[in-house]
Structure formats: C-alpha cells, structure tokens
Design a protein around this ligand. Structure first.
Ligand SMILES: NC(=O)c1ccc[n+]([C@@H]2O[C@H](COP(=O)([O-])OP(=O)(O)OC[C@H]3O[C@@H](n4cnc5c(N)ncnc54)[C@H](O)[C@@H]3O)[C@@H](O)[C@H]2O)c1
Length: 428
C-alpha cells in the first residue's frame, strides 16, 4: 500500500537545505516540503514558489516556527554551524524529527546538551554526513564488515582542499575566522572525514587523540612585497598572482558563484558587469588572499588511538592543486587503497601461495560518479525518509547517536592542537 509522503519544513533555506529539499521534486511520493523558516524574505518566497505551500507557512525564524503547533513530521535544518543548536532545540522540544546539517554542535558542551534534549523528547535526528552515503565509502564499510580484511590495524585518511576551495571557504569566506563562524577548519570541513573514520571502525571506539596544525601559507608576512589589499582595486599583481580574485573567480564565473557573489543572489539576470562592480564595492572575496582576517589553520594532522589498539591518522591539507580524499585501510588479511574523487578503490589481500604474495582487484563502484558528494546527498535524503518511516537504521545511518564519536574526536583533536599536540582522552 502506498504511504503518505514524509512532510518537512525547511529551517534555513540556504544552499544545503534546498539540496535536500529538492529530493521532494523528484520523489513527491516520499517527501513533501510544507513550509519554511528563514529571516531572508527572498529565500522564503523562492522556496514557497518552488515547493508550493502557502504564505501562512512562512516563518521568519526557527523560533517563530516553534511558536505554532507542529504541522509536519520533520525539519530540514540547514542553518549555519553556530546556529544548529539554538535553532534545533525549540523544534525538537515541539516534537519534530530532524535532518540536521553538520557540525551538529560547535562544542562538546553544546553537543551534550543537544543529546539530552533529544533523549528527553525521543526525536529521530540524522546528521548530514553525506560521505557515508557515497558508493565509495559504503564499499569500504561493507568490506570491513564482511571480515575479508581481517581485524583493522590502521586507517589512513587525507583530505586535500584545493587552493580555490581554501580561498573561498577558509581564507576569504564564511569559515575563515573562528570568532565569527564559531568553528575550526577541522570541524567545518573534515568532521565528515573523522566521522567516516569513526564509522568505519565501529563498534571499536576512539579513546584518545593528538593533533598539530598551523596557518602555513596565507598570512600577511607571506604576501609579495608590492601586493595591494583588494585584487581588482589596488593590486599590481592582479594578472599574475595565481590566487588573485580575478583569476580564481572572475575568470571562472561558474566556480563558487553562490559564495563569491552571495550579494547578487537575488538579482535574477546577473551579468559579468554586476560581478566586476560587486568586487569593486567591498565584496570580501576580492581581498588579497594574504591579507584577510583568517585565523583557522590551513593544515592539520590528527592521530587517533582506538580501543582495540588500532590507530588512525588523518591529514587535512589546504592549498592543493586538486581536491582529493585519499584512503588506506589496513587489516590483518589485506588492505583497501582509494581516491574518492577518482572513483578508484583497490583491494589487495594476502595470498602467500602466489608469486606476488597478494591478490589485487579493483572494487566495483557503480554509481559513484553521481552528482552531489558522489551520490551521497540524494542517498542520505532517501535514508532519512526510510528511517522516519520504519525506525530501521541502514549501514550508513547517520543517526545522531552514531555521529557522536566523530564529532567528539574532532572537538578533542582541536583541544589537543591548542595544547600543542598533547594526548587528549575521548570519553564517549
Ligand atoms: N553536508 C555537507 O556536505 C555540507 C556542505 C556545505 C555546507 N554544509 C553545512 O550546511 C550548513 C548551511 O550552509 P549553507 O551554505 O547552505 O548556508 P546559508 O548561509 O546559505 O544558509 C543558511 C540559512 O539560514 C538562515 N537563517 C539564519 N538564522 C536563522 C534562524 N534563526 N532560523 C531559520 N533560518 C535562519 C539564513 O538566512 C540562511 O538563508 C552549514 O552548517 C554548513 O557547514 C554542509
């Protein structure tokens, strides 16, 4: 028998929430968007028209939505990192289940208070750790679960953030200054990767962590002697500096558009002239990359000890030519080696009776080239709907209780980095 669609209200109608909400347009039998809460009137109207609900279901904030009787099954919470706790709590208290963006809290204290609210109210909450839903990482998880790699000795992971992504998010953009964003780079960018490491190792738990990192590259003392302060305004190097706003953004207008020209979002037919003008008029993405107010690290190394005696290492490296996530999982019977963006995963198993001493084969990653985090965005939304309907947790399920180990490891890794690399215990 056909089931009614899950109904959801968008809270924070930005890029991420809309990505998940768009699932309803392709699968109306599964998901129906029935309202929005967002202080931005134009975003409210855009969502209202796109998903087709009345003006009476538009609210100016999560708090205003929480003030009226609950009228949907769930909330898709796509507010910014530091707003997750404050916007989630009143709606959880109201009885909404929730698809909540990462990081679901910006400190251990916030995390524990959020968990207490969820436990009290019995909500189902899933975190948008989309990588767990990509065919690449599912293939890794399934091979570990099957036992064919034996007991896991070590997980090595790295995330290389390209220079233009680094520029956009962590030097010139929204997550560059932790006093404003309330997040670190590890929390904002790589809580996904640390979450994947913790998930791959489950039920083995992380027990301690140490970490070091720094701002290596983009700081005033590394600026060329004659650099200006705003690329297209006063910099003689605008055509030669590989990091100039002209080279990164104006010459590649399809790259990072919604970030670099956020001020033009509501202009329907935005032209190149508008963009050039925006850069001349105080747009933060036109600042010299060496002279911004960034205070988050651009590279960080993390070393995790697990309860089984296994170890994990994770390297976050900003400024690379190409964005890549690499992985090697080594067990007592063999290993997996892969690159997420290249859809390459190879399994090598110990075979002492062969001339090489091992057998090796590529893993089938059919579907891994899908859009949106290797297909993860859509798969996650589908799993959220399934979870609400059945209560059953898939192998990837990012229910909040399964996402605590990763977040807590990040909080403790950052604590360790602040302490100069000291070993910090993880009490799950
Ligand atoms: N899962 C992923 O892979 C992934 C990728 C990128 C970003 N993110 C995360 O997604 C989140 C959203 O990022 P974004 O770029 O879509 O942000 P955004 O700034 O585009 O959207 C946030 C929206 O929240 C609204 N808002 C502010 N206060 C509010 C309140 N009190 N009640 C309701 N709405 C309110 C804002 O007006 C804005 O429209 C961030 O936490 C970010 O870290 C996740």
């Amino acid at each position: 028998m056909a089931k009614d669609p899950i109904t959801a209200v968008i809270v924070g109608g930005g890029h991420r929430a809309v990505t998940y909400a768009d699932y309803s347009l392709r699968h109306p039998e599964d998901l129906k968007i029935v309202g929005i809460a967002d202080p931005d009137a134009e975003r409210r109207e855009m969502c209202r028209l796109k998903y087709g609900f009345g003006e009476d279901r538009c609210y100016e904030s999560a708090e205003a939505l929480a003030a009226v009787p609950r009228f949907a099954d769930a909330v898709i919470n796509g507010t910014m990192d530091h707003q997750h706790y404050a916007t989630a709590v009143p709606l959880l208290e109201k009885g909404y289940d929730m698809l909540l963006e990462k990081p679901f809290a910006v400190s251990e204290d916030e995390m524990r208070r959020l968990l207490a609210v969820i436990e009290k109210n019995g909500n189902r909450v899933m975190i948008c750790h989309v990588l767990r839903y990509s065919p690449f990482y599912i293939a890794v998880k399934k091979r570990i679960l099957s036992g064919e790699l034996g007991d896991i000795i070590n997980v090595q992971m790295a995330e290389h953030v390209s220079y233009h992504h680094l520029s956009t998010s962590y030097i010139r953009g929204k997550w560059a200054n932790s006093d404003k964003s309330k997040t670190t780079m590890l929390l904002a960018k790589s809580c996904h990767d640390i979450d994947v490491m913790a998930w791959l190792m489950q039920p083995v738990k992380p027990v301690s962590v140490s970490s070091v990192g720094s701002i290596f590259q983009f700081k005033p003392e590394n600026a060329p002697a004659n650099a200006g302060t705003r690329c297209t305004v006063d910099c003689p190097l605008v055509d030669t500096c590989r990091y100039s706003a002209k080279k990164i953004y104006l010459e590649h207008p399809d790259r990072w558009t919604c970030y670099a020209w956020a001020d033009l979002e509501h202009k329907p037919d935005q032209t190149m002239e508008d963009r050039v003008k925006s850069f001349l008029n105080g747009n933060p993405y036109n600042r010299c990359i060496y002279k911004c107010d960034n205070n988050v690290v651009d590279h960080q190394a993390v070393m995790v000890n697990f309860s089984s005696g296994a170890t994990g290492t994770f390297n976050l490296v900003g400024g690379s030519a190409k964005s890549t996530r690499t992985l090697k999982v080594v067990g007592t019977l063999g290993e997996l080696t892969g690159v997420f963006e290249d859809n390459v995963l190879v399994e090598s198993l110990i075979a002492s009776d062969t001339p090489e001493g091992y057998v090796e084969a590529p893993v089938d990653l059919s579907g891994a080239d899908a859009e949106g985090h290797g297909g993860g965005d859509d798969n996650l939304t589908a799993d959220f709907i399934r979870y609400l309907r059945t209560g059953e947790q898939s192998v990837s399920c990012t229910a909040i209780e399964n996402s605590v180990a990763g977040h807590l490891t990040v909080f403790k890794a950052d604590e360790s980095m602040r302490l100069g690399g000291a070993l910090v215990k993880i009490d799950l």
